[in-house]
Structure formats: structure tokens, C-alpha cells
Design a protein. Sequence first.
Length: 306
Amino acid sequence: MLNPQRLAILVHVVEHGSVTAAADELDYTASAVSQQLKKLEREVDQPLLRRRARGIVPTDAGHILVNHARKVLRQLDAASADLKDLAEGNRGSLIVGAFPTVAASFLPEVIETFKSRYPAINLALKSGRLDLLMDDLERGRSHIAFLWEYPWNPVNIDGARVEELFKEESVILVSRHHPLAERGEVRLEELRNESWIVRANRHPVVEVLERATESAGFRPSITLYANNYQEVQAMVSVGIGVAMAPRGAVAVQHPDVRVLSLGEQGPVRSVMMAQREERVYSPAEVAFRSILMDVARRKGRGVDTT
């Protein structure tokens, strides 16, 4: 049977490309790391790593083992978290992971209703990027996660139950002084010559915009990369450019920004809720899911609860 500690060492070495860097992070000596890797190679009877000029890279066998090891280590983390909850009596606690736009738009009503009905349950919210939300869920660091996907990039989480809550359209943001500001709906072709404001740090909205404008026959001229949607709205309001955003991003709308629909031309994303399948759901989780679905249904978001 493979040793989980050695698998973890292998993953760290591959991710860092260096025995020394992995040893520093794990607080081991480089010699100890090397010894554990040799033992692991003997266990699998295959070489797992090779040295290159720029560091260490996995062999084909190493790639396979690392991919499996990541899943195993996530499941072990999840098991530890579940056992800790049980031992510490945390069945009355709930950790929810959410991305910023849903946390700012849809989620507050859910939380308000939940806390009014179950004030004794300790509810914690973790906001983060999609990859971190998925990792936290898989490792048992959160009980429920809100996720999103576009048709070209579906969410895939092993061992998770994923339910669509609603679909959310992309909208165009313009200054109230913009010539199109009084229009309820625009076509992307009308924005061909505009300067665009997008999110920084390779935010997914950049790909959404590029795909949409490519279908409309042009490439967007990007004038500013903003750190958050508040900054996006502020820069749109003073005429630096226009922007595309999911509708939830303008739940709190800048007074000098107008929101325009793209009609059927607008990209649509699915907002979903995910839970680990192998978990025995606590009463807190069951209650939260029930309220979540009820709020979504009352808002007319078309949730299928069958």
C-alpha cells in the first residue's frame, strides 16, 4: 500500500520542481525528502522523477501517480475534517464557500432567512476564486460551495453533487452620458469601436468578452484592467470605457452607470450549488439547502427541485 506521506512529498516536489524547495515548505531536510522519494520509487518499482537543467520533472509514471495522489490527499483532508467536526461537536456549524458576485447579490437573502430561523447555528462564509472554492469543498474545508460555469467550460468535481440554481445573463455597463445609455438593449456590433474595461489577473470575464465579440465580428480594444467590479463601475461612470459583467456584479449599481441587456446575444452562465456526495449531511446543511432552494424558487429563477 502506498504511503500517503510519501505521496504528499512527491506532489510538493513536482509542484515546486525542486527537492530543496519542497523540503523547505514541508520543514524537512532535502536528504529526508530524497530518501522518501527513493522509497516511493521502490514501492511502485518505477522511476517517478527525472532531473532537467531547469529542475525536476515527473516521468510518465510520476504524472500518473501525482494525479491520483492529489485526489487521494484531498479525500484524506476531507475525512480528517469530517472526523474533527464529529469529535468537536461541530454539527451545528456550517461553512459556505461563495464567489464575490453571488455573495453580493443572491446570497444575502438566503443568509438572512437562515439566520432568522436557525440563530444557534454557527454560519461562516468564505469568498474566493472558483478554483479555491472547488479545492476547499473537495478537502472538506467547506460544506457547501456556490460555483458557476459557462457552456464551454463546465465544472467537473469528482465525488460532488452539483445542482443548478439559476442562469445569469451578461450585461453591458456604460456611463449615464454614453449615447446608448437610454437604450434598454444593445447589440455587440454597436460597441465595435468602444474601449473596454475588464477584470485583471486573467479573470474569466475576459474570455467571455472575447468569445462574445468574436461572434460579433470584432476584437475588443481593452483600455483598463480593473481589480474588482466596484473599480470597473467607477471607471465606466467617468467614461474611460464600457464593460461586460454578469448581472450579479451590479447588484449594487453605481448611480452614474447604466446597465444594458444584450438580449439573446448575451453570454449566459449557470450558478450552481455543490456538496460532497460521500458526506452524511448535517441538519445545518439540510436546512441551508432547503432555504436556498426556496429563495431561488420564490425569485423565479427556475430552479428544478425534483
